[in-house]
Ligand binder design. Structure first.
Ligand code: AMP
Length: 400
């Protein structure tokens, strides 16, 4: 049995989970928040309900990692008895550029590639790197593995990843579709294929990751062939606060009317999407509730949301010989019975037929929600990126 620590390091937070592999057993997880502020907070939970909760100064990630270690081996609510139990650390890394199409053992070359890709993911890769460096310093005997959000989409063909821009923009500035949420799409498509008792090599899947960030991916025979997020996570469907696809000319139009580059960046990423459309919230539950009590703007926001997703499903279905499985995941995809209904109710023409009762009954569990006569099976699969990272890390260690 191997013990794997999974780390998702952000600029002011660290999410972590410990797995026993290959049993896929989570033995606990935690969240450290407010790193860099006067008082940080760590909360760790075990499956048996034991909680480690502490407020402590965490001026930087080094201090946060020290607290993480103390929580892991705490006598009362710890997850392991000593750090020597950990065999490997799996790190979520947002951008692997064109360098990585699979997860890899971290060495100097991998660190240099993550550094090079900071220009493509300036908000995420620096924090991911801090987590890697701290884990390497504090757990020097463990194998450290990088699992990239972009890696799964490296199988896209030039037809899917090139934009209609001068070719030199790709050659010189590396502007292309990279896609994100790759670890989630890989995990849920794999689980859906198992659920339908099929084999990846002859199954086509359209995977809808609908959370606060959202993306749709077409997966043919186990390989990502197209995805809605692009050069950055801003492209694609309408999200919680991100606009998704818009006419780029709108930006110049607004700049001529006094909006700065910084204004537009903020508006498109943080003030648009469902928040901007509904005018009340980025949270799907609030919008569905307001729409149900007659708020017209919220009803329209829900219509835009479902319509844009259907557009992508249709476009991806048109580029695959057939669609065997449509899978929903993410906070909205897993939980919103109504949104799944809204999205699916016009997909009948593609042979994608929802069973309303199964959809309602299934709620938020893993399961099949299509009608028996539907050509495409519709599934709900709760995403588990941490488990996928633990699996990748375990496979690398096991193969050494
Ligand atoms: P995530 O980013 O995957 O955590 O997803 C967050 C989104 O899931 C938010 O918009 C939530 O409103 C939404 N969500 C969570 N639970 C529900 C639910 N029961 N019904 C509708 N939306 C939900």
């Amino acid at each position: 049995m191997h013990t794997i620590l999974v780390i998702n390091c952000g600029s002011s937070s660290i999410k972590y989970e410990v797995y026993r592999m290959p049993d896929r057993e989570s033995i606990g997880k935690g969240l450290i928040e407010r790193i860099g502020q006067d008082m940080g907070h760590i909360c760790q939970k075990r499956p048996d309900g034991k909680v480690y909760d502490s407020n402590a100064p965490m001026p930087d990630h080094k201090a946060a990692m020290e607290h993480l270690k103390s929580a892991l081996i705490d006598g009362e609510a710890g997850l392991i008895s000593s750090m020597a139990e950990i065999h490997g650390v799996g790190h979520r890394v947002v951008h692997g550029g064109e360098e990585y199409s699979t997860s890899v053992t971290i060495d100097d070359k991998v660190i240099a590639a993550i550094e090079k890709n900071i220009e493509l993911a300036p908000l995420h890769n620096p924090a991911n790197l801090i987590g890697i460096r701290e884990a390497m310093n504090q757990l020097p005997d463990c194998t450290q593995v990088a699992v990239f959000d972009t890696a799964f989409h490296q199988t896209l063909s030039p037809a899917a990843y090139l934009y209609g821009l001068p070719r030199e923009f790709y050659d010189k500035y590396r502007i292309r579709r990279y896609g994100f949420h790759g670890t989630s799409h890989r995990y849920v498509s794999g689980e859906a294929i198992k659920l339908m008792k099929r084999h990846p090599s002859n199954t086509n899947v359209i995977s809808c990751h609908l959370g606060n960030g959202a993306s749709i991916t077409a997966i043919a025979n186990g390989k990502s062939m197209d995805t809605s997020m692009g050069f950055t996570p801003l492209e694609g469907v309408v999200m919680g606060t991100r606009s998704g696809d818009i006419d780029p000319q709108i930006l110049f139009y607004l700049m001529e009317r006094g909006f700065s580059k910084e204004d537009l960046n903020r508006i498109l990423n943080k003030e648009s999407g469902m928040l901007g459309l509904s005018g009340i919230s980025n949270d799907m539950r609030d919008i569905e509730e307001a729409a149900a009590s007659g708020n017209k703007q919220c009803r329209e926001a829900l219509d835009v949301y479902a319509y844009r997703i259907r557009k992508y499903i249709g476009a991806f279905a048109a580029n695959m010989v057939r669609t065997d499985i449509l899978v929903f995941t993410g906070g909205i995809g897993e939980n919103s019975v109504k949104m799944r209904e809204r999205i699916c109710h016009r997909l009948e023409s593609l042979g994608i037929i929802l069973d309303d009762e199964r959809n309602r009954e299934n709620g938020n569990r893993q399961g099949v929600i299509s009608a028996d006569y539907s050509k495409t099976a519709i599934c709900v699969v709760p995403t588990n990126e941490e488990l996928q990272i633990a699996r990748d890390t375990y496979e690398i260690i096991d193969g050494m």
